[in-house]
Write a protein that binds this ligand. Structure first.
Ligand code: BGC
Length: 371
């Protein structure tokens, strides 16, 4: 009898292991998991989204959640599929950094119907009331910092010549962040354009004309090449570039170098800002090529998101929300829907503070920067 019981128990254990029940349920979660959270990032091909995705995943896992982290290859149908699958798999919350902020209406509606809270990560989800929170940086302020970089780097308050020639680049038109970045930068630069200190020889100033679909640096490089060959001949020299994104800054500087900037007397490399503080740009800043970038610490954004998800899961009150800045184009009961937002601070990085704000904080190590 005893032997039969032991044998029966052993059989049961073997079956459990065979069926994959050894501490996991059908969704691949440990039995003691606090729940499955879906995290979707736009692409793996950019440095920042890898950092963002990993920071959110690791933070949530530390708190006991199981995380399904997906990258969408900058392909909208892929992203929609990933979210559909997450909803089917019973995620408890969704964290989404969109590709096209307006493309997810159906998925967001399904999430709401299934009682799944949605956090819009870094990029605002547009045209839907089914977005619970937005966690990002103060994107208008980031834009002002992009403009301020040119004011400082070109000494626009006391210019060495008139006019100082700028060309302007904006981010992807389907990313709402591009609006804040552009508006902030233009608000800083407009007075200098009005007073004649700054000129834009191409005349291309409108955001719809200077946008870069999917933040594609190769497309921006082509546009820079065209601008240089069409508008910069004789003694018209390009002095500065408004850039919303480090890879765009680097490719524009390449286009300038190809026509003699940085190697011809009277044609220094233009002053270019950027955004994201990627390794290649910090190296370029240290070498004196790219002038500056804006650091948006993905670790802080990840940590704020993890804390928010955990509070939502525990049913705790969320404080410190901005409830005026981010209408997303949807309306609720006839009023514009404003997405409650947590907005973090960003920092301008030049040669002067690489050590203090990038290396000492551990954002990039000296080894990564080749120093
Ligand atoms: C982000 C930037 C990033 C850009 C391109 C924007 O939405 O805010 O940090 O550089 O997308 O990925």
């Amino acid at each position: 009898m005893k032997r039969t019981v032991v044998f029966g128990f052993a059989l049961l254990m073997a079956a459990a292991v065979f069926l994959g029940c050894g501490g996991k349920d059908a969704g691949g979660q440990a039995e003691d998991s606090k729940g499955l959270i879906g995290v979707v990032m736009p692409t793996r091909s950019e440095e920042r989204w890898n950092k963002d995705g990993n920071a959110v995943k690791e933070g949530l896992e530390k708190l006991g959640y199981t995380v399904d982290l997906q990258f969408s290859d900058d392909d909208i149908p892929t992203q929609l599929n990933q979210i559909d699958n997450m909803i089917t798999n019973g995620v408890k919350a969704l964290v989404i950094a969109s590709i096209d902020g307006s493309s997810l209406g159906t998925q967001l509606e399904n999430a709401r119907a299934a009682g799944i809270p949605v956090i819009s990560y870094d990029r605002l989800l547009m045209q839907s009331p089914n977005v619970d929170y937005y966690v990002s940086f103060d994107n208008y302020k980031v834009g002002r910092q992009m403009g301020q970089i040119l004011v400082n780097g070109l000494n626009l308050d006391n210019p060495a010549k008139r006019p100082i020639n700028l060309e302007l680049f904006a981010g992807s038109p389907d990313d709402n962040n591009s609006v804040g970045f552009y508006q902030g930068a233009i608000d800083v630069l407009q007075p200098y354009m009005d007073s004649g200190v700054v000129a834009v020889p191409s005349g291309q100033i409108d955001r719809t004309v200077i946008g870069t679909l999917r933040w594609d640096a190769a497309e921006a490089q082509k546009r820079m090449e065209n601008l240089l060959s069409r508008y910069y001949s004789g003694n018209v020299v390009l002095d500065g570039i408004l850039s919303p994104y480090d890879p765009i800054s680097l490719s524009c500087l390449e286009a300038c170098k190809a026509v003699g900037y940085g190697s011809t007397p009277g044609k220094p490399l233009p002053v270019a800002g950027g955004q994201d503080c990627i390794v290649a740009s910090v190296k370029s800043i240290v070498q004196g090529e790219q002038y500056a970038t804006v650091l948006k610490d993905t670790r802080s954004l990840g940590a704020a998101t993890v804390e928010l998800v955990d509070k939502i899961m525990k049913g705790e009150t969320i404080s410190g929300l901005d409830t005026t800045s981010y209408p997303n184009g949807a309306s609720v009961n006839g009023s514009p829907y404003i997405v409650p937002s947590l907005l973090l601070d960003s920092v301008i990085v030049t040669q002067d503070n690489v050590q203090k704000d990038v290396i000492d904080t551990g954002y990039h190590s000296r080894e990564e920067l080749g120093l």
